[in-house]
Design a protein around this ligand. Structure first.
Ligand code: A3P
Length: 320
């Protein structure tokens, strides 16, 4: 296994060097177009490696999302549901949710042998489009959970996040206008956003028992309902007794923006603490509000993005 990585990396680098390139918002340079979406070379290597080597376990569950659509929240909810006990030994108390669940796009290439933690938690996460999941996952019966969010809020969240990263690494910031223009042209990390959403939407329409499609806004409004739905879907339903004892509310409460963002690890700790370049966990928690885009974008910009989404999603049955 050790030798697989360097050999294939050379091959991936060669493929990547031939891909079309675009401006990656200063921080994620360059963005390369691969299988219809934009991503940086280092992540593409991880994804190509997963395409060639990854084999899911039959009970694996994949948590999928575009950037800045509620991934952190979904990971926390799913992890808390699968592990159930929120006592002091639960990793969510001392690790950022992203450090509790292996990230297929990046973690797998680094450690292809140990697929998961012990005791095994059958969760994986990825940001790739449905069509770019490894074939072994697409052809399996593994459950897939997708979360999406109003692109206006997601864009604003991404812009803030990218610029925070840029300042941590002393790279220049990108202006709102420039980032917005790129985003509207589909040019963002794991973008175009509309293709991302559509890929999972179509899969969820075709295989509703295998692909659960969630919207951030709906979950915010009724987290308990969606947590139960998520638990049922993943095969970790809450028993009547658990419900009577308030297990659903406890998890919702634990995973709330308020609670998670105030945990010591998320205020002071680092994501990927063992790595050079790990960044502050608090960057994953900004406001967690619906409609915050109005504080950053003009109404015209909002309308432009709405119109793009409307055009791209027309006929799909999906609306934002
Ligand atoms: P804002 O930047 O609008 O505040 P992701 O987790 O996919 O990176 O998305 C990040 C967005 O989700 C950020 O949005 C962040 O504040 C919000 N978020 C993080 N944790 C959350 C939680 N527990 N509940 C709701 N929203 C959360």
């Amino acid at each position: 296994e050790d030798q697989v990585i360097p050999k294939s990396l050379t091959k991936y680098k060669e493929i990547i060097s031939t891909l079309p390139q675009e401006n990656g918002w200063k921080f994620a340079q360059p963005l390369c177009l691969y299988q219809g979406f934009w991503l940086t070379p280092n992540y593409l290597e991880g994804i190509m490696f997963a395409h060639e080597n990854f084999k899911p376990q039959p009970d694996d569950i994949f948590l999928c999302s575009a950037m800045k659509t509620g991934t952190t929240w979904l990971k926390a909810l799913a992890f808390a549901t699968v592990t159930r006990t929120l006592n002091s030994s639960n990793p969510l108390l001392y690790k950022n949710p992203h450090d509790c669940i292996p990230f297929l796009d990046k973690d797998y290439i680094k450690n292809p042998i140990i697929q998961n933690t012990k005791p095994r938690v059958p969760l994986w996460s990825t940001h790739v489009l449905y069509s770019s999941l490894p074939k072994s996952v697409i052809n399996s019966d593994c459950k897939i959970v997708y979360i999406c969010r109003d692109p206006k809020d997601s864009f604003v969240s991404l812009w803030h996040f990218t610029n925070k990263l840029s300042s941590q690494y002393n790279i220049g910031k990108i202006s709102l206008q420039e980032a917005f223009e790129l985003y509207c042209n589909g040019c963002s990390v794991y973008g175009p956003y509309w293709d991302h959403v559509l890929s999972y939407w179509k899969a969820s329409q075709e295989w509703p028992n295998r692909v659960l499609f969630l919207k951030y806004e709906e979950m915010v409004k009724d987290a308990g309902f969606y947590l139960k739905k998520l638990a049922d879907f993943m095969g970790f339903s809450f028993s009547l007794e658990e419900e009577r004892e308030g297990a659903v509310d406890k998890i919702v409460e634990f995973c709330s923006f308020e609670n998670l963002s105030n945990l010591e690890v998320n205020k002071m700790g680092k994501h990927r603490p063992d790595e050079k370049g790990g960044f502050d966990n608090n960057m994953y928690f900004r406001k967690g509000e619906i409609g915050d885009w109005k504080n950053t974008l003009t109404l015209e910009m909002g309308a432009r993005l709405d119109k793009i989404m409307e055009d791209k999603l027309r006929g799909s049955g999906l609306i934002f």
